[in-house]
Ligand binder design. Structure first.
Ligand code: ADP
Ligand code: MG
Length: 365
């Protein structure tokens, strides 16, 4: 199986869509991997993904197919990234968080709480003697600035890269958590901070990319080797073309910035696809903060899962088509994951949870 998993998810029609045009829909399901899409001119095309989740699909189905294998890989020392993409209202946050990450029925829980629980389960169930730690960071990219959602005073965090740590965010808050409850309580504070920040900046959550970073470190008693794994979850800003709606001023600036960052992500994906076809090309990770933060997660030492969230309504067909095309393009990425191990046996007297920061090779975006 490819190291990039691309899935499409169609949420149920909402009440507004049910009123539009007699609830007509733009998709016809074929099977779990294929469906027929009807565009605005009633022309049909077939789309195939690794899995298609239709409106009746459960949150648990999405987790099991898309995230559970990645949870296991991250515990085995790989990096992984789960991205939700799509227009505002398509179900990105519902898929990622569920209706709320703390008070939510088991059935409706989103990927984030399930991933957190899955990571602890997997770490606790292994037979090998070890100590481990899980650290959380949570940031938001708004207008090309990275903001710390655990500390709103940190409003412009840099993105650096070093040989030992890969991509990292110097100074970002990292919270050590000991169990799923503590993890979810902290993440829920980050989510609440996001709303506070939005009010301060007078923006909507759909205008920023929200990034959850979970870093797992395991130290094995047998040979004192340290293994690192990083799992990043990304709830992207809405992909809709706001320019077409005649927006002005700040709203237009936001839209341009979002389009630029999503197309930079798309260009990175395209360049990786060219690499797959034997053409050597420059991968433009640095064109925007979004692909730069995800650099480790796209094409390199990583496994990637993209969930393309869509409305099934004919009314939204053109945005849905653009989301499906983005997903189809991503399917061509070729990645060669490798495990993250410290090169030397770790110093047992050190209490540092992070791999050492090799500042000499650190660069700012
Ligand atoms: P986005 O984050 O893409 O802007 P949301 O996740 O906030 O969109 O979803 C918009 C609305 O649709 C929310 O009220 C959400 O509860 C609902 N919704 C989205 N996906 C589903 C789903 N699969 N099942 C039921 N309701 C959903
Ligand atoms: Mg959302």
């Amino acid at each position: 199986m490819s190291n990039v998993t691309v899935c499409a998810r169609f949420r149920p029609l909402n009440s507004k869509e049910k009123q539009n045009d007699n609830s007509s829909v733009c998709i016809r399901s074929r099977d779990t991997e294929t469906f027929i899409f009807k565009d605005e001119k009633d022309e049909e095309s077939v789309f195939s993904f690794d899995r298609v989740f239709y409106e009746q699909s459960e949150q648990a189905d999405v987790y099991q197919f898309l995230a559970l294998p990645m949870v296991r890989d991250v515990v085995d020392g790989y990096n992984g990234t789960i991205i939700t993409y799509g227009q505002t209202g398509a179900g990105k946050t519902y898929s990622m968080e569920g209706p709320g990450i703390l008070e939510c029925s088991e059935q409706k829980k989103g990927l984030l709480p399930r991933v957190v629980e899955g990571l602890f389960d997997s770490l606790n169930s292994s037979d090998e003697k070890k100590t481990y730690s899980i650290k959380l960071s949570m940031v938001e990219i708004y207008m090309e600035k990275v903001r710390d959602l655990f500390d709103l005073s940190k409003v412009n965090i840099q993105i650096k890269e070093s040989k030992s740590r890969g991509i990292f965010l110097p100074g970002v808050t990292e919270i050590n958590v000991l169990d799923p409850v503590e993890a979810l309580q902290n993440l829920s504070k980050g989510i609440a901070n996001r709303t506070v920040g939005e009010t301060q900046m007078n923006m909507a959550s759909s205008r920023s990319h929200c990034i959850y970073i979970l870093t797992i470190q395991q130290e094995f008693s047998r040979d004192k080797r340290t293994r690192f794994g990083k799992l990043i979850l990304v709830d992207l800003a809405g992909s809709e073309k706001v320019e077409k709606t005649g927006a002005e001023g700040r709203v237009l600036d936001e839209a341009k910035t979002i389009n630029k960052s999503l197309s930079a992500l798309g260009n990175v994906i395209n360049s990786l696809t060219c690499g797959l076809q034997g053409k050597t090309s420059h991968i433009p990770y640095r064109d925007s903060k979004l692909p730069r933060i995800l650099q480790d997660a796209l094409g390199g030492n990583a496994r990637t899962a993209l969930l393309c969230c869509c409305s099934p309504s004919a009314f939204n067909a053109s945005e849905t088509l653009s989301t499906l095309r983005f997903g189809a393009r991503a399917k061509h990425i070729k990645a060669s994951p490798r495990m993250n191990y410290s090169e030397e046996k770790s110093d047992t007297s050190s209490s540092t949870a992070s791999p050492p920061d090799d500042d000499s090779s650190a660069r700012v975006l």
